[in-house]
Ligand binder design. Sequence first.
Ligand SMILES: Cc1cc2nc3c(=O)[nH]c(=O)nc-3n(C[C@H](O)[C@H](O)[C@H](O)COP(=O)(O)OP(=O)(O)OC[C@H]3O[C@@H](n4cnc5c(N)ncnc54)[C@H](O)[C@@H]3O)c2cc1C
Length: 422
Amino acid sequence: MSSTTTAGDVEDFRLEARVWIQANLEPRAETVNVGRLEGETTTHEEFDKARALQRKLFEGGFAGLSYPVEYGGRGLTALHERIFREEAAGYVTPDFGAAGAVTFGAIGRSLLAHCPPEFLEQHIPRILSGEEMWCQFYSEPEAGSDLAGIRTRAIRDGDRWIITGSKIWSSGAYLADWAMCLARTDWHAPKHRGLTWFALPTDAKGVTINQIKQINGNAEFCEEFLDEVEVADDHIIGEVNKGWAVTQTMLVYERGAGEMGAATVEPRELAPDLVELAKRVGRTEDPAARQAIAKAHINDYSQYHLGHRIAARLAKSKTPDPAVAAYGKLASGVLAPIRARLGMEVGGPAALTWTSAEEGAGQTALNYLNGRVTSIAAGTNEMQRNGIGERVLGLPREPSFDTNKPFSDVLNSARNWESKVG
Ligand SMILES: Cc1cc2nc3c(=O)[nH]c(=O)nc-3n(C[C@H](O)[C@H](O)[C@H](O)COP(=O)(O)OP(=O)(O)OC[C@H]3O[C@@H](n4cnc5c(N)ncnc54)[C@H](O)[C@@H]3O)c2cc1C
């Protein structure tokens, strides 16, 4: 709770939210597996429905609760966001698939931190009303964990920039209106110091977006080819060649800063999805299944409360601390795969095969396939461990061959080395 927010304010807000939600949102169907199956890909029609619902929230004053008032938000706190989520848990809320979390979380917050008021006045109200949805173009086929090693280039040409390169793993790009795109603008600077972020309309000339179908059947990930895409100077996010500062902000929010733990409702019941599953497969009395359900509940409880402790620590600092966010990211990257595996233990063979007539029966297998998501997305578990080791515990840094060298020299040395060994 912020110093100016009182318990009375919070309870008044809860009541206000409850009344509005009951009057304006539809109750969700009574099912444990609420929302979409993880393997389903969001369609353009579903996306448009989500936009319409988001508009309703915006007009009702319940979009962007913790965003500044001057850009269409309510200027409230993360706690108010959580209360709204708790009150709305049994109702249909906008489902933008992967694009929702990145737009309202990592991207919106990064724009607020690094863009001038004119840019924010133009974009943030449109974001909060669902008119403008965004995606992130940062990973490349040869730069994921080593993000500062990206090779997409932006060359200045008068008051515009020409961007050429390729990106991959962009969640929801096929639905998004805009992308936050990372490009190299100085090849002679060390790799972290020659980077710049651009705001790129996804329908700009020269942008090709292809969906990638994954093992879980989902095709929300995309790859992009950027072929001499023109971007105006005033579409720079942050400062030229200082994009690493924006990257750090974005990754902190993507790793759950201020949101982590607040995203889920406190698990008051024993792993309801697995209890339901145990009933379906006739294992409610099986000690092994009961043990797995108990472990899942402990897992849910740990994720929720750890998330809240970390969110509270992050809320104390003016700018969220990447090292603290890394703990939350690592915790969910470790606990989520275990939770997904427990589902398979309870479901047994029935979780591996099912018929299309058995509604929701594939969810356990899909959860399992998706169980690795948090251990990779926005930085792998290993990268969080490296960060904690070096920046929190003060352990020796990893050996590096490219620190303080011009990036062009790093690439040339790598090419020479490859030709020698090849
Ligand atoms: C669900 C999901 C959503 C995503 N959304 C987006 C998006 O919207 N936009 C976007 O641009 N990208 C997105 N990504 C990409 C994501 O950021 C990268 O997958 C991630 O940074 C890892 O990079 P990589 O896949 O290239 O793996 P690599 O970097 O190739 O890593 C491979 C393995 O090597 C390990 N490793 C690498 N370097 C080190 C090191 N120094 N020390 C120890 N171990 C190391 C890694 O931990 C990993 O196990 C998404 C990924 C996922 C899974």
